[in-house]
Design a protein around this ligand. Structure first.
Ligand code: HH2
Length: 267
């Protein structure tokens, strides 16, 4: 097992499902970023719009006002790779202008007709994530005949579209979008079959950190603040499947679990 990179989550939002409102103040968000770096984060993912089911959309200017000062402040003190979690090309461009190095797009560059061209022009890394529907409605009635094949085919098609638009192949990462327009059973089947997403030949990012599917899979009623154990179980499975990076709220605990699992594997 080769230890995957850890992407630490910095949500500068009032309404994210786990940490909404905790880091809306830029100074608080930067302090949180520092904490994640001290815990060993390899990448920071800064977002200004929640994608939780039912979340209200945020205007481009409000989103930029949330993320840009935080990214600029982190960049002023660290060379760590920073991704911006946004569906909007204008936000991605503003974020890259102040130091973001990657565009993490849960819509796989499909939300805006300009997204593909802007990603090519920015020349940054891109994460193309699978989602069925959009955040407001995605959990209403997710349906697949074969969730793994459909997610893999979609990601391969979006990677081809990005390359066709001029995005460098080596800049592309793929993400199966655990919990995005998926029942807990769909998410579980995807976790069991992450190797098939890895087999597409791009670095894979995966994240189920504290999502409701953790509680559903476990068969309990835990809230987001009680889902660390299950989140770590998914991180270990993702590492075994060969993902390149895991997106987490809890860098220290996940890093420790991965280090021990790796040591056991080498013993
Ligand atoms: N999950 C969330 C947000 N962005 N990006 C990628 N690539 N993969 C994910 O699984 C993913 C993502 C949801 O988590 P969080 O940011 O904590 O919540 P919210 O969207 O409510 O801010």
């Amino acid at each position: 097992m080769r230890r995957p990179l850890l992407m630490g989550i910095v949500n500068v939002t009032p309404d994210s499902f786990f940490d909404g409102g905790r880091f809306l103040d830029p100074a608080g968000a930067v302090a949180h970023a520092r904490r994640l770096m001290a815990e060993g984060a390899d990448i920071l993912d800064v977002g200004g719009e929640s994608t939780r089911p039912g979340a209200e959309p945020v205007s481009e200017s409000d989103e930029i006002a949330r993320v840009a000062p935080v990214i600029a402040a982190i960049r002023a003190e660290s060379a760590i790779p920073i991704s911006v979690d946004t569906m909007k090309p204008g936000v991605a461009a503003a974020a890259c202008a102040v130091g973001a190095t990657m565009w993490n797009d849960v819509s796989a560059l499909s939300f805006d007709p300009d997204s593909l061209a802007v990603a090519a022009e920015l020349g940054c890394g891109v994460v193309l994530m699978h989602m069925q529907g959009d955040p407001r409605t995605m959990q209403a009635a997710p349906r697949y005949d074969d969730v793994v094949a459909e997610v893999a085919d979609y990601l391969a098609a979006r990677a081809a579209a990005a390359i066709g638009a001029g995005v460098a192949r080596e800049s592309i990462w793929l993400d199966p979008g655990l919990g995005f327009g998926k029942t807990a059973e769909h998410t579980l089947v995807l976790i069991r079959n992450l190797e098939r997403i890895v087999a597409l030949g791009f670095p894979v990012l995966a994240g189920a950190s504290r999502k409701s599917s953790i509680a559903r899979i476990a068969g309990d009623r835990s809230g987001p603040d009680q889902r660390l154990g299950g989140s770590i179980a998914v991180a270990l499975a993702a590492a075994r499947a060969g993902v390149a990076a895991i997106r987490v709220h809890d860098v220290a605990a996940t890093r420790q679990a991965l280090a021990v699992a790796e040591a056991i594997g080498q013993a």
